[in-house]
Write a protein that binds this ligand. Structure first.
Ligand SMILES: O=C([O-])CC(=O)C(=O)O
Length: 183
């Protein structure tokens, strides 16, 4: 792991090396290790989610939205304090409209959300990748979604074959995504 070192000359002329920061944030988990350690208690989300965010590794307690081609609830929820949570959006796998774009994602960063995992599509991908938030989705498309106030918040959903409930904990890294239910 890359590190930044400062070399100070001590009075006796002896060089002392002090690690002052990690250039890459230390992560306390990997999804393969969690999968091995927890077995069936770690519900693994099927492969197929792509990384669109500026944070490759993220985790947090889960909030959920279920919606179909209408991101009203996504926009509303991500404009409220996230407190390190991960929003899991079950958009039924629809790839015809985007449920997240740069404006909503920038708001989510400002509100302290750790990540957004979308069983559906995003847009503004050039900007999403610059933002300090995890974003996973199935694909991208230019068309915005409808906003007719449809959708449900904090309901159990299933994405990538894994059941996800509000209050679960979601872990995502370069390998994949898994979900646990805290004891
Ligand atoms: O407004 C939307 O539905 C999605 C979008 O483009 C944004 O978040 O900037």
């Amino acid at each position: 792991m890359p590190r930044t070192y400062v070399v100070r000359l001590m009075p006796a002329g002896v060089a002392r090396v002090v690690v002052v920061c990690e250039a890459v944030a230390m992560t306390s988990f990997t999804t393969p290790d969690l999968s091995d350690e927890l077995g069936g208690a770690a519900r693994v989300v099927a492969a197929g989610f792509l990384d669109f965010g500026g944070r490759e590794v993220f985790d947090g307690p889960v909030r959920t939205v279920r919606c179909l081609e209408d991101n009203s609830r996504v926009k509303e929820l991500l404009a409220t304090p996230g407190e390190g949570a991960v929003l899991v959006v079950d958009g039924a796998g629809s790839l015809t409209v985007a449920l997240l774009g740069d404006m909503i994602a920038e708001g989510a960063v400002a509100q302290g959300w750790a990540g957004v995992v979308i069983n559906g599509a995003v847009r503004d991908v050039e900007i999403l990748r610059t933002l300090d938030i995890g974003v996973r989705a199935l694909g991208s498309i230019p068309r915005r979604s409808d906003r007719q106030g449809r959708g449900e918040v904090d309901v159990p959903v299933t994405i990538g074959g894994a059941r996800v409930e509000p209050g679960d904990h979601l872990y995502a890294d370069a390998t994949g995504i898994l979900v646990t239910t805290p004891a």
